[in-house]
Design a protein around this ligand. Structure first.
Ligand SMILES: Cc1cc2nc3c(=O)[nH]c(=O)nc-3n(C[C@H](O)[C@H](O)[C@H](O)COP(=O)(O)OP(=O)(O)OC[C@H]3O[C@@H](n4cnc5c(N)ncnc54)[C@H](O)[C@@H]3O)c2cc1C
Length: 298
């Protein structure tokens, strides 16, 4: 079995900065080289600090930076979500409900209203736990992340962002400034299915997202992406399962085979929330459910 959670302890006094611009935040990161940590909602970082898993000497709040708080959509171009935008703002966004309902459905399954009111999608990704709920849907949407540092900025596909549990490609002086999703070419439908031990307020034991482009004439799969969370060191695509669906008529048997293959592709571990074997079974179930939901919505 994996590690158990450590005891929560009172935090020591710590200096916290509230910059008003991204440049100011980056300058603080540089000034306190290695000793400072950025945060947005703090819903992941503060419990980690209370368990002494991380012990920064300085904190830099990103949630007061207005340039990081936005949801913008341009037809033909796509969606941009600023890193300080809260999960509640994402949940309530009519733009996201209309053009990317898979994200609305995902966020609705996360945490509680209180946590969503301060927690962010960027924080969920940067925390880099394999169970991060927003990762699989963003992967199937082909999202990109804009990373900014003092000297340069870069845009990277979300799939390459995660390096392992708690590890990303972010440099020590870089932050995520926004999440970008291009407008889909054609009409697709998506779904995210998550399995938890408790009904609410719980992290995923396994999560599967699918995004399907279907030919309505003969019910063939023109294209599909499937991504899995909490069943490997990083959120990951089920590429072999996708491959057997592409170009084929979407029968129950074919969906069953794809779900089996996705389960074989997953790389779960035993930990305090579940055994690897149970997780593999759940990938099968959730993959089937996700594809069938995409079909119902198509
Ligand atoms: C009761 C409870 C229930 C929860 N339920 C769920 C759930 O159902 N599903 C789920 O996936 N998660 C859940 N979480 C975890 C957490 O709420 C989410 O991961 C949330 O989205 C984190 O966002 P945040 O802004 O609070 O991150 P923070 O805690 O502020 O930051 C998390 C990490 O990311 C870094 N970071 C934050 N923003 C940036 C940035 N812009 N650039 C670079 N680094 C950055 C921080 O340094 C830190 O290491 C839950 C947490 C709690 C306390």
């Amino acid at each position: 079995m994996g590690k158990t959670l450590g005891r929560l302890r009172r935090l020591p006094e710590i200096e916290c900065f509230f910059p008003k611009t991204v440049q100011e935040a980056l300058s603080l990161l540089k000034k306190y080289n290695g000793k400072a940590r950025v945060f947005a909602g703090g819903t992941d970082l503060l419990p980690k600090m209370k368990r002494r898993e991380v012990v920064p000497q300085y904190l830099i709040a990103l949630n007061g930076i207005r340039d990081l708080n936005f949801i913008k959509y341009e037809k033909g171009k796509g969606l941009r979500i600023g890193a300080a935008t809260t999960l509640s703002e994402i949940l309530e966004s009519p733009i996201i409900q209309k053009y990317f309902p898979i994200l609305t459905e995902t966020v609705a399954q996360m945490a509680s209203m209180q946590v969503r009111n301060v927690g962010t999608m960027a924080g969920n990704l940067c925390n880099a736990v394999p169970s991060a709920d927003t990762a699989p849907p963003l992967i199937v949407l082909g999202a990109q992340l804009k990373l900014v540092g003092i000297q340069k900025q870069r845009t990277v596909p979300i799939e390459g962002f995660f390096k392992g549990p708690d590890r990303t490609i972010l440099g020590p002086m870089e932050i995520v400034s926004e999440i970008q999703i291009s407008s889909p070419t054609g009409k697709g439908s998506g779904a995210y299915m998550k399995h938890t031990l408790r009904r609410e307020m719980d992290l995923s034991i396994a999560g599967v997202a699918a995004y399907l482009f279907r030919d309505p004439k003969d019910n063939t799969c023109k294209d599909i992406k499937i991504a899995m969370g909490a069943v490997g060191p990083v959120p990951m695509r089920a590429k072999k399962a996708e491959a057997i669906l592409r170009g084929k008529r979407l029968s129950d048997d074919l969906i069953e085979s794809a779900a089996m293959i996705a389960s074989e592709e997953s790389k779960p571990i035993d930990d305090i929330r579940s055994s690897a074997e149970y997780r593999r079974e759940m990938v099968k179930v959730l993959t089937k459910q996700a594809i069938k939901q995409c079909l119902e919505k198509a």
